[in-house]
Ligand binder design. Structure first.
Ligand SMILES: [Zn+2]
Length: 157
């Protein structure tokens, strides 16, 4: 079975990201439709749906997380073709530090950005709680064009 081709057919119902070939194969083997990129996103989607049922509107935090994930999926794709983007993010971190910001997330980002660009791209797409938290304080400002940002804002309103 070609797992990378499988992975392109299915998107996570929560974040819209790719579902790994292994997860797709495992779901299909059990006769299920592959729906989530991770157990974490299955739980997050269930929480989101129960909030929607109770409040009659989407949880604003969920919407913001999804949008942030969409921004960073696109940024991750750009990093893979242009690793120089990582240097821009490092410059942003250094500038914020030199302006007196001493937030703990700056050091967290600094460690992540010292890694391999492919690993950084993988982290930006990650559905884990740490990536979800750090995407909210992203050093990748100025990477996406106005049009790219507007398209994502429209899609994740
Ligand atoms: Zn997901």
């Amino acid at each position: 079975m070609n797992t990378s081709a499988l992975s392109e057919q299915y998107r996570c119902a929560y974040c819209g990201g790719e579902i790994s070939g292994e997860r797709v194969a495992a779901a299909l083997t059990r006769g299920r439709k592959p729906t989530y990129c991770s157990g974490h996103h299955r739980a997050a989607q269930n929480n989101a749906l129960s909030y929607l049922r109770r409040h009659g509107r989407e949880n604003p935090h969920v919407r913001i997380d999804r949008r942030s994930m969409a921004f960073h999926r696109l940024i991750a794709t750009k990093i893979e073709t242009n690793p120089g983007i990582v240097a821009r993010a490092r410059d942003n971190i250094d500038r914020w530090s030199s302006q007196g910001s001493q937030e703990a997330y700056l050091d967290e980002w600094r460690r992540i950005l010292s890694g391999d660009p492919r690993e950084i791209a993988q982290f930006l797409r990650s559905s884990g709680q740490r990536a979800t938290r750090l995407r909210q304080s992203s050093p990748f400002t100025g990477v996406l064009s106005r049009e790219e940002r507007a398209a994502i804002m429209r899609a994740y309103r």
